[in-house]
Ligand binder design. Structure first.
Ligand code: NI
Length: 175
């Protein structure tokens, strides 16, 4: 794929706090164009998940790939993903985000989720996820509602992390 990579928006870009709208039939061409470009941009970053609002598109579209490396890609494209069930049991996992580069924190979320989505051709899918996939899918679906992983940690930790990010971005802009 030789298309230019999509720039990934960084916190505090206001776009990251907006709610994305469902993908409709009229969006089919746009989404078919956008999904591979999102995957390419995610691989280049590199990252394991990317939601459309992170590239400035307020559509309910997510790409994820938990494949081992570039020799074992396992791309998932989720149109209108919806978490329909969550386990009472929770799990804590360290999360990061391409919109908060270099920032990581332990986040507690339901350990298992049931998720429904459509594929690019409209096929309806449903699966139960646990482990890293469960964390990743919840993180990405959050993006569609303007929610970031730092919203799940204490205000004290969040403010520290956001200050550190702002400082690092300022230094980067100066380079
Ligand atoms: Ni993220």
């Amino acid at each position: 794929m030789n298309e230019p990579l999509l720039p990934i928006l960084i916190v505090p870009d206001a776009m990251l706090r907006r709610k994305a709208r469902p993908v409709a039939e009229g969006d089919a061409d746009k989404v078919r164009d956008l999904a591979p470009r999102m995957l390419a941009s995610m691989y280049a970053a590199p990252g394991i998940g990317l939601a459309a609002p992170q590239v400035g598109e307020l559509l309910r579209l997510v790409v994820v790939d938990l494949g081992k490396d570039e020799t074992e890609r396992e791309p998932m494209v989720l149109v209108n993903p919806e978490i329909v069930a969550r386990s009472a049991e929770t799990a804590i996992r360290e999360e990061g985000c391409l919109s908060l580069p270099g920032q990581y924190a332990d986040v507690e979320r339901p350990a298992r989720v049931k998720i429904r989505w459509q594929e690019l051709d409209g096929t309806k899918r449903e699966t139960e996820a646990d482990g890293l996939l469960a964390t990743c899918l919840q993180h990405e679906v959050d993006h569609l509602d303007g929610v970031l992983f730092v919203d799940h940690i204490s205000a004290l930790k969040r403010n520290m992390l956001l200050r550190k990010l702002a400082k690092e971005q300022k230094l980067k802009a100066r380079d």
